[in-house]
Design a protein around this ligand. Structure first.
Ligand code: GLV
Length: 326
């Protein structure tokens, strides 16, 4: 029998990662291009050392309990709200994620949505394709200026911070709200202004979300918050769907409390609140934030290294529950 670690992978990853895993592990995996059911994951983890999973896999205590020998849950994502980390910690199972490698790529996506929704690119594209366009017109598809506007960043972790130089390139004023405030020196260096959440919502032309999903951030933006925003404000969400009360967002858009939204994530992916499919002032992307060839390859390699290390009894580099080693 091979002394290589046995790893169960819930979906095919980029080719370089697949090569690495095939070389350094005994790999079992889902070969189909679809999510696995909980039961299938329970079956998959039988007898393996490591589970390499995706943000779409909900890893709960039943799955962890299905294999008492499981040595790691390695997520192919920076967010890990899909994993019951407390349950894994109680079982002394390391949980890992892929921080850092997707920062710039995700900030690019947030900016792409911001520009798109401001300048009505997707809406214009849909219109041109109807073949109804009769030529340039002075009042056609007028949008909002990005340059010299005010961007409100909710959350100033790695991705939130990566928004700052992008915003600077468009001469935007940047406000931020974060759980912990930066030091005055950092604020000065980054040229950002701290605001309480309500004030940020009142002042921003664009609001972009960059907080993690947890109990504190669920529905951080709901009816009350949308009512505070400017009627011309645009919301960008590349973080996690449940941070926004999606039903309240629909109502705010319908009532003109805010002007539009660029969304990459949803409360019940892959389903959207039905009205969102029909709204022209909303750009909807299919959770593409980290979706470049280079970044997905780096994420795959990082998740694989995390998984392999823990399977071999080493402390994995990107632990989210370091307390298990205390
Ligand atoms: C993507 O959504 C991630 O968390 O990596």
């Amino acid at each position: 029998m091979s002394d290589k670690p046995r790893i169960f992978l819930t979906r095919e990853l980029p080719p370089q990662t697949m090569d690495m895993l095939r070389e350094r592990a005994v790999l079992t995996m889902n070969h189909e291009d679809r999510y696995l059911s909980k039961q299938e994951i329970i079956q998959g983890v039988q007898g393996v050392d490591g589970l390499l999973c995706l943000l779409t896999d909900s890893i709960d205590d039943d799955i962890l309990a299905a294999n008492p020998g499981l040595k790691v849950v390695a997520n192919f994502a920076v967010g890990f709200n899909n994993i019951d980390v407390a349950a894994a910690t109680a079982r002394k199972i390391p949980v890992t994620n892929t921080p850092g490698v997707l920062t710039e790529t995700t900030a690019d996506m947030a900016f792409a949505l911001l520009l798109d929704i401001a300048r009505r690119v997707a809406e214009g594209d849909r219109f041109v394709r109807t073949r109804a366009w009769q030529g340039w017109g002075p009042l056609q598809f007028l949008g909002a200026d990005v340059s010299h506007s005010t961007l409100g960043l909710i959350g100033l972790g790695r991705i939130g911070k990566a928004m700052i130089p992008r915003a600077r390139g468009f001469s935007m004023r940047v406000l931020y709200w974060n759980r912990t405030r930066l030091t005055p020196e950092e604020e000065n260096e980054l040229q950002v202004t701290y605001c309480e959440l309500d004030e940020l919502l009142q002042q921003s032309d664009f609001v972009s979300l960059h907080v993690a999903q947890n109990d504190d951030t669920r529905h951080l933006l709901g009816a009350r918050e949308f009512a505070l925003m400017k009627p011309q404000a645009l919301l960008v969400n590349t973080a996690r769907g449940p941070i926004v009360d999606e039903k309240a967002l629909v109502v705010a858009l319908q009532n003109g409390e805010i002007a539009g939204a660029g969304l990459d994530v949803y409360e019940q992916e892959p389903a959207l609140e039905p009205e969102l499919y029909e709204m022209d002032n909303v750009v909807v992307a299919p959770h593409l934030g980290s979706g470049t060839i280079g970044t997905r390859t780096k994420m795959g390699n990082m998740a694989a290294e995390n998984c392999l290390a823990a399977c071999l009894g080493q402390r994995p580099p990107n632990l989210v529950n370091p307390q298990i080693y205390d």
